[in-house]
Design a protein around this ligand. Structure first.
Ligand SMILES: [Fe+2]
Ligand SMILES: [Fe+2]
Length: 172
């Protein structure tokens, strides 16, 4: 697959995968999301470094925190859309637990989109507001924890799997 490059204020970030036009198998879905998580961890580590420098009174530039917030939002938005594109078809078909997992994923993503949008709006309106740095640090920690949880509970061969046809052999 072609690489998926996102432009941000800090340059381009290569997420490694383009949104697949057709359905991908479960192993490919898990693998591509895990590799995006690795890239997101690097991005979030840079965001934390910017936030900490700003909290210490030495931001790399006046708008460094606001710009890191915009970058995190842009990149995470791409990631959430990618996850939905590859995971939802697999989960929706996987009865009985898959549809519930799909709903949970969408709920979690809605919360993330809303939090990112709110903070981004604040950062755009008041780019030098002092509390932004602490909020960015909190955002990064929250997103990192969510990725770890997602890997633990969702991105496993048990939860994301190809069509499993269960044949009920009881003759009743
Ligand atoms: Fe997610
Ligand atoms: Fe994720």
């Amino acid at each position: 697959m072609a690489s998926w490059v996102v432009s941000t204020n800090a340059g381009t970030i290569d997420l490694g995968w383009s949104a697949p036009a057709t359905r991908v198998d479960a192993a490919t879905a898990r693998q591509s999301i895990l590799s995006q998580h690795e890239r997101l961890r690097a991005l979030l580590a840079r965001a934390v470094a910017v936030a900490e420098a700003a909290l210490d009174g030495h931001p790399p530039s006046d708008d460094a925190v606001a710009s890191a917030i915009a970058d995190v939002r842009t990149t995470i938005e791409v990631h959430l859309a990618f996850e939905e594109k590859v995971l939802l078809p697999l989960l929706r078909d996987d009865l009985p637990l898959g549809p519930e997992r799909a709903d949970r994923l969408l709920d979690e993503h809605a919360r993330q989109r809303q939090t990112l949008a709110t903070l981004h709006r604040e950062a755009s309106a008041f780019p030098t507001f002092p509390t932004l740095a602490a909020k960015l640090a909190f955002l990064a920690a929250w997103l990192l924890a969510d990725m770890a949880e997602e890997e633990h509970s969702l991105l496993t061969p048990d939860a994301v799997r190809d069509d499993v046809v269960v044949i009920d052999q009881s003759s009743g």
